[in-house]
Ligand binder design. Structure first.
Ligand code: HEM
Length: 338
């Protein structure tokens, strides 16, 4: 399907290492904090859209993150609706979400099948692959080339790609290699960041519709803290003073995991874990879903109860923060989590 541009799906080789390092430069905690102004601007625009046409909340949520990431990564302002960059990315990621389940296609179990001709009966998966590979090529190239053109004309204000391109080597061979890596890392940020965040925020709408009493309590907390100035909107600096909303977000992330089986891994060498022998190449799936449903840590785990994260009105640090589960673990932990 042409997802090999995205380092989330690479084995931990030298290319993965280099790409992850470059990605980290732009998404490490101190860098992520510099994006607050842009996030605030996008969020306020989202709130205005929501106020004008609340019935389109699902579309507005897609637009919020599609727009925020396209601006941040490529410096491109997307169209209000049917933006070509956002549409391509959404279709590509939707295709991935369907295909990523291990065993979805027989070729996952018998890799040799990838060589069967496209015209043969049962080769539908190859046509799917070819279709998405072409789409992914667009996803990777189109916004990057548009950003380059705008940089060349001196129109680009600020973006991750503008910064990357400014550091390209003058040596043509090295430059071509670096450019390809930058193109891949930029597209990875977009592809890995847009749908995950959308899913989390859409879950918020679902949960507020299911639990109006939680919404009322959250609203009351906001009103109490912001009441002195009714025109002010909550901001990043208010987070510490809104424990119920903080607990609500934690419970939301626990209740509906965005990536319930994380991304499957594979052992790089033979290993022993307690009485288990794990041969090299074994597919390992971290069952994050089960961890999020641990009835000892989270009694009545299927219920949505923000209060479980609170004690005497403040966040209870003895309850496991789901953020320690939902972004994966170890060297492959989500580098976009900040
Ligand atoms: C609610 C939001 C998000 C969730 C729940 C989430 C979750 C995850 C998970 C479970 C993994 C796999 C970790 C593993 O293999 O152990 C992952 C990997 C990754 N995520 Fe996220 N993610 C989110 C947002 C983002 C954002 C906003 C970005 C980019 C700006 C991003 C970029 C990545 C990348 C590049 C990887 C691959 C890391 C690697 O293989 O080395 N993610 N994410």
């Amino acid at each position: 399907m042409g997802w090999d541009f995205c380092f989330a799906f690479r084995e931990a080789d030298s290319v993965w290492k280099e790409q992850r390092k470059l990605f980290y430069e732009y998404f490490r905690p101190d860098r992520a904090r510099q994006y607050s102004d842009a996030q605030r601007t996008e969020t306020h625009a989202f709130l205005r859209r929501l106020l004008n046409s609340p019935q389109d909340f699902l579309e507005h949520t897609h637009h919020l993150f599609g727009s925020a990431l396209t601006k941040l990564v490529y410096g491109i302002a997307v169209k209000e609706s049917k933006d070509p960059y956002v549409e391509v990315a959404e279709e590509a990621v939707a295709g991935l979400s369907k295909a990523i389940h291990p065993g979805k296609y027989l070729v996952d179990i018998f890799p040799a099948l990838k060589h069967i001709p496209v015209w043969m009966p049962g080769a539908g998966f190859r046509k799917t692959g070819i279709y998405f590979a072409a789409l992914n090529e667009k996803l990777v190239k189109a916004p990057f080339e548009a950003a380059e053109a705008s940089i060349a004309k001196g129109e680009m204000v600020e973006s991750i790609v503008a910064d990357m391109v400014s550091k390209l080597s003058s040596d043509p061979v090295l430059r071509a290699e670096q450019r390809k890596m930058e193109m891949h890392v930029a597209a990875t940020a977009y592809a890995a960041g847009a749908d995950t965040t959308v899913a989390a925020v859409q879950t918020f709408f679902l949960l507020m519709a299911m639990h109006p009493e939680v919404q009322k309590r959250a609203q009351a907390e906001l009103d109490t803290f912001l009441g002195v100035d009714p025109d002010r909107l909550p901001d990043f600096s208010d987070r510490g003073t809104l424990p119920y909303i903080e607990a609500l977000v934690s419970e939301l992330l626990r209740w509906n995991l965005v990536v319930p089986a994380s991304i499957p891994h594979a052992s790089v060498e033979d290993d022993l874990y307690e009485e288990y022998f794990i041969p090299k190449g074994t597919l390992i799936i971290a069952n994050v879903w089960t961890l999020s449903r641990d009835p000892i840590m989270y009694p009545e785990p299927d219920k949505f109860i923000p209060e479980r994260f609170l004690k005497n009105g403040v966040i209870n640090n003895n309850i496991r923060d789901p953020r320690t589960l939902i972004f994966g673990f170890g060297r492959r932990i989500c580098p976009g989590r900040h």
